[in-house]
Design a protein. Structure first.
Length: 86
């Protein structure tokens, strides 16, 4: 069984973070992050996966988390945009 803590930690790393936001190229050639809506859209997909619908409160929480993450990314106050492997 996966704990909530390990699920949260996994969602902070690549590729899992892409479930919240994905890179998008702007007309000037720079990039930003846009919401992927993965958790919202996943419940509406066809197939044998169990269907679920996020409550308005959960969708709002995901949206707020993405907005805070994007603000942190754009501010780059802690070097979150730098590539640590370089």
């Amino acid at each position: 069984m996966v704990s909530f803590v390990s699920s949260f930690a996994s969602n902070r790393s690549t590729p899992y973070i892409l479930k919240l936001g994905i890179p998008s190229q702007k007309p000037d050639g720079t990039y930003t992050l846009v919401p992927s809506n993965r958790f919202h859209d996943h419940g509406a997909e066809p197939g044998s996966h169990p269907r679920y619908v996020l409550s308005a409160a959960l969708q709002a929480a995901i949206d707020q988390y993405f907005s805070r993450t994007l603000a942190r990314f754009l501010a780059n106050t802690d070097g979150c945009r730098s590539n640590p492997s370089n």
